[in-house]
Design a protein around this ligand. Structure first.
Ligand code: C2E
Ligand code: CA
Ligand code: CA
Ligand code: CA
Length: 277
């Protein structure tokens, strides 16, 4: 009816206004977040399959918003990409992670690398290499302790440009992992030509792998292929002992997931390191 139609229109207008306000607030807050020190890095341990010891860690950003509390990167990273703030945020993350790891190393802990996520947008701006060089120089962290995680989405445009950047990063001595491997745009050809050291199997392939013969077949084959190419294989999002057993049987090199540990604050991570080194 006409009345229903009117109600619907009002409903949608209200919803639009709400999401607009929310976006405005986030947007406004996001610009201030860097200056106001509202970001924090959490660290999730990576575990070596054969030793059971910590083999590295991934830095994951959190936004401690003064009004909304902790906001997940899944919410604000896409917004930061739209607003053109992601390059600054990623630079902050790389710097913070390098500074933190160097601090731990100087105290005698954590002779393992830290991995930082890099948005695809960073590959399409000019001074990524200078940023990385400056950060390593300023923090004094040796480059082999920094690892950058990139996703297959970087390969969808300006491909020659991206390849050149990856090679330059490699020349700096920084290692590169392909994150969320297997769910994005197929990049088997890039594995052939690029100096990449690691793939991270997406959680999608890990979840209930022990109950799914087809997932098993795919993962087993990916690991075999990766090892033929001298690539390290990390399984992400490992939550159960059954998943772990299957992945171990297929010879994944490293594991990450709630089964071992959630992402931890810097203070808590150091306790984890002391117990698992
Ligand atoms: P990602 O890089 O694939 O990170 C893995 C996500 O899975 C993290 O979510 C982590 O907390 C979560 N996770 C780890 N183990 C488990 C598990 O056993 N089970 C389940 N269900 N989840 C697990 P988080 O921290 O919310 O990050 C989400 C995404 O946001 C990341 O996905 C990454 O794409 C992006 N992100 C996080 N930090 C940064 C950053 O500093 N810079 C950029 N550019 N992106 C970031
Ligand atoms: Ca990642
Ligand atoms: Ca991932
Ligand atoms: Ca992901």
């Amino acid at each position: 009816s006409k009345e229903e139609g009117g109600q619907q229109a009002r409903f949608f207008k209200k919803r639009m206004e709400e999401s607009f306000t929310e976006k405005m607030l986030l947007d406004h807050g996001l610009h201030e977040a860097l200056q106001d020190n509202q970001f924090e890095l959490y660290y999730q341990p990576k575990i070596n399959s054969s030793t059971g010891k910590i083999s590295g860690m991934e830095a994951l950003i959190r936004w401690n918003h003064p009004k909304f509390g902790t906001i997940s990167p899944a919410t604000f990273i896409p917004l930061a990409e739209d607003l053109g703030l992601i390059v600054d945020i990623d630079r902050w993350c790389i710097n913070q992670a390098c500074k933190q790891l160097k601090f731990w190393q100087d105290k005698g802990y954590a002779k393992v690398p830290v991995a930082v996520n890099l948005s695809a947008k960073n590959f399409h701006q000019t001074d990524l290499i200078k940023t990385l060089t400056d950060i390593l120089e300023k923090t004094g962290l040796e480059p082999q302790y920094l690892n950058l995680e990139i996703t297959e989405s970087i390969f969808i445009r300006e491909i020659d440009h991206v390849i050149e950047k990856i090679k330059q990063i490699h020349r700096l001595g920084i290692s590169i992992s392909i994150d969320d491997f297997g769910i994005g745009y197929s990049s088997l050809n890039h594995l052939l030509n690029l100096p990449i050291q690691e793939i991270k199997l997406d959680q999608f392939f890990v979840r209930d792998i022990n109950q799914n013969k087809r997932k098993e077949a795919i993962v087993k084959t990916i690991v075999l292929m990766a090892h033929e190419l001298n690539l390290n294989v990390v399984a992400e999002g490992v939550e159960t002992i059954e998943e772990l057993d299957t992945l171990r049987q297929f010879q994944c090199n490293e594991f990450q997931g709630y089964f071992f540990s959630k992402p931890l604050t810097a203070d808590k991570l150091i306790h984890y390191i002391k117990q698992h080194s």
